[in-house]
Design a protein around this ligand. Sequence first.
Ligand SMILES: Cc1cc2nc3c(=O)[nH]c(=O)nc-3n(C[C@H](O)[C@H](O)[C@H](O)COP(=O)(O)OP(=O)(O)OC[C@H]3O[C@@H](n4cnc5c(N)ncnc54)[C@H](O)[C@@H]3O)c2cc1C
Length: 387
Amino acid sequence: MNTSYDVIVIGLGGMGSAAAYHLAARGRRVLGLERFGPAHDQGSSHGGSRIIRQAYFEDPAYVPLLLRGYELWDRLARDSGADVFVQTGGLMIGRPDSHTVAGSRRSAERWGLPYTMLDAAEIRRRFPTFTPEADEVALFEERAGFVRPEVTVAAHLRLAAAAGADLRFEEPAVEWDAPPGGGVRVTTPAGGYTAERLVICPGAWAPRLLADLGVPFTVERQVMYWFAPRGGIEPFEPQRHPIYIWEDAAGEQVYGFPAIDGPAGGVKTAFFRRGAECTPESIERRVTPAEAAVIARHLAPRLPDVPGRFLRAAACMYTNTPDEHFVIAQHPRHAQVSVACGFSGHGFKFVPVVGEILADLATTGRTGHPIALFDPRRSRTEPTRTR
Ligand SMILES: Cc1cc2nc3c(=O)[nH]c(=O)nc-3n(C[C@H](O)[C@H](O)[C@H](O)COP(=O)(O)OP(=O)(O)OC[C@H]3O[C@@H](n4cnc5c(N)ncnc54)[C@H](O)[C@@H]3O)c2cc1C
């Protein structure tokens, strides 16, 4: 038994790599355990880009975390020298009363965030790649943009290791135990470890590793598609074609990015919530041309030049809670264990601030950040979906 750790972090994906870094930076002796290699593509943190925005339609309660998050994204960029965050501006498009538009506006108003409302004609004039219907509008937020998931995970891992964290890859935690007397034990195929505290960030493995939380998680396969736009990428460069989320009359949201990886990279787009239930073992990683044809048809009237030529696709996993809000808390039954999971397809933009919260919880048992919305016990009461 190795007893020299203060904190063990299980799962070094988006959230766990950030937690390992924040803990090591506070002088804690950290052991990080990861099932796969560094910044891998088998979980929820791959695919080259993630949307980041502040006017948060999901709930205004997320905004203070985003304000702190932006500071930490800047700090991460500075400390790591990596291009983790690019501001492109963002368009939240739909009918004025859609969840995407009205919800974003509500958050912006509630927190005094700067934004501009554009009608359909103004959208077409300022952003000619977009062809909205006459009754659609957009909330434009200048501070929106994208972050780079793999670059971010790699940066946090590098900084964590530099601060002294012991990071072990290809070493899954098979079992964890937090006896009432205090301390924790974690078993892997390589042996057993003990520490004072445990932080569990298992992504899509939450239903198994955190079954005792009693949260009915559902894991979903969600596909990202890359297309070579008709007529080339020039009109799709980041300064001309911002990130967007576009809600149709039926409430379906599609989102996308500018051309961020040169002509060969194309532009990425995806449905926000159109996924089949799966497990990390059963997920179908292959994407069929028929699936690409469905999103191409959906995009054709809205972004006519995007679905030029289909380049490639990749499958990723969401871990949804019933109300699509996160789970971030001390474990209700084990004060020495903190958990972060159930990010429901919108967690990556919060990675640095979740790292800070987990470091707070694991070192002091509390955090100054507002996380009441993320209490795992709420699931036992009436679920209220965000849409
Ligand atoms: C297609 C797609 C698009 C998305 N778009 C956006 C977006 O635009 N904006 C946004 O903010 N968010 C977005 N998200 C959501 C965001 O990416 C996720 O919320 C976030 O990546 C979740 O991070 P995580 O650390 O919980 O999971 P992961 O990064 O998957 O990390 C979990 C880690 O735990 C490891 N693990 C599991 N079990 C064990 C074990 N027993 N022992 C050791 N290691 C273990 C796994 O291998 C994995 O590395 C998107 C997600 C997907 C899939």
